[in-house]
Design a protein around this ligand. Structure first.
Ligand SMILES: Cc1ncc(COP(=O)(O)O)c(C=O)c1O
Length: 304
């Protein structure tokens, strides 16, 4: 049964815009049993020229590359999905929000190998406020490690991967924190449950290298912006020592945007205040996504 409280008027499902209550799948859906789906999270923001989707083509490219990891024969082209995303935002008359394209193996059989199962696609656009309704968050290092790079293809945004994130996030929240920070199998900092991690030390911005994390589109955007602002950015192996000695820390992600971190376990960061570098990047980010920085206009797709 669909939720009784619609979050959107229309949902795009397999080529058609359907009502909230008709956007349903069968219980035999392969993805429901095994996590055999891939997805994206995309934000769109209000700008002086109407709503604009941030880095739409990069998200669609990542979506299709995730789908190819699961050998999915997507029954739509990138161009069709791009148009469908724009149509879905437009038809719901939203000015700001979050878009969730999901490609999944549908309902036909129960065996693990899904390659003969039809591939279905849905696109959901909903209002979406700040992920964390506070200025800074408290983070707990997780007892769950990020998926081993040889256990999966970490760069693909596969639904099944998110059980790892769910466990880490629940553990952190049960312990009174806002979010989890996971390490990799080598003991280096990997990422949050749905965010990439950055820290600042002596004005140098550092973030985990791409080996076993999701290559975040916000992460890549921030690296570019930070370098243009004149900062040195170091993609490195970071560990607990870097947490203990950093000046600032923050998460980046489509949902989390730029979320300053005030505490990691018992370590208070920048006396619990948002650091100068974090603040500068955060302000620049909001200028860009709200269409107030011409330099990055190419990252915006206007919904007209
Ligand atoms: C595990 C994980 N890491 C990082 C990110 C940040 O990626 P992006 O900036 O592309 O949203 C996300 C969100 O998509 C995520 O789920």
């Amino acid at each position: 049964m669909a939720s009784t409280k619609p979050l959107a008027k229309k949902i795009w499902l397999n080529g058609k815009l359907v009502s909230w209550k008709n956007a349903n799948v069968h219980v035999l859906t392969h993805a429901l049993h095994y996590g055999s789906a891939v997805f994206e999270g995309i934000r769109f923001y209000s700008t002086p020229k109407g709503p604009a989707i941030f880095r739409l083509d990069d998200h669609i490219n990542r979506l299709f590359s995730s789908a190819s990891v699961l050998d999915m024969k997507v029954p739509f082209t990138k161009k069709q999905i791009r148009k469908a995303v724009i149509d879905t935002v437009r038809v719901n008359k939203l000015t700001e929000g979050y878009i969730r394209p999901l490609i999944f193996y549908g309902a036909k059989a129960l065996g693990l190998d899904p390659r003969n199962i039809p591939v279905e696609v849905t696109i959901i656009a909903i209002p979406f406020p700040r992920l964390f309704a506070k200025k800074t968050i408290k983070v707990k290092t997780s007892s769950f490690i990020r998926l081993h790079p040889h256990s999966t293809i970490a760069s693909a945004k596969i639904s099944g991967h998110y059980v790892n994130s769910i466990l880490a996030s629940m553990e952190a929240k049960k312990a009174g924190y806002d979010e989890a920070l996971m390490f990799d199998f080598k003991g280096n900092i990997a990422e949050g449950s749905g965010e990439n991690f950055f820290l600042v030390k002596n004005n140098v911005i550092k973030t985990a290298s791409l080996e076993d994390i999701l290559p975040g589109i916000t992460r890549a955007s921030l690296i570019k912006v930070a370098i243009k602002l004149g900062y040195e950015v170091d993609e490195a192996e970071l560990d607990e020592h870097d947490i203990a000695t950093c000046d600032e820390a923050f998460f980046s992600g489509t949902a989390a945007e730029i979320t300053p971190i005030s505490k990691i376990d018992d370590v208070l960061i920048n006396e619990g205040k948002v650091g100068d570098v974090t603040l500068r990047l955060q302000e620049k980010f909001y200028d860009i996504v709200h269409g107030n920085d011409n330099q990055y206009e190419g990252w915006l797709t206007y919904v007209r």
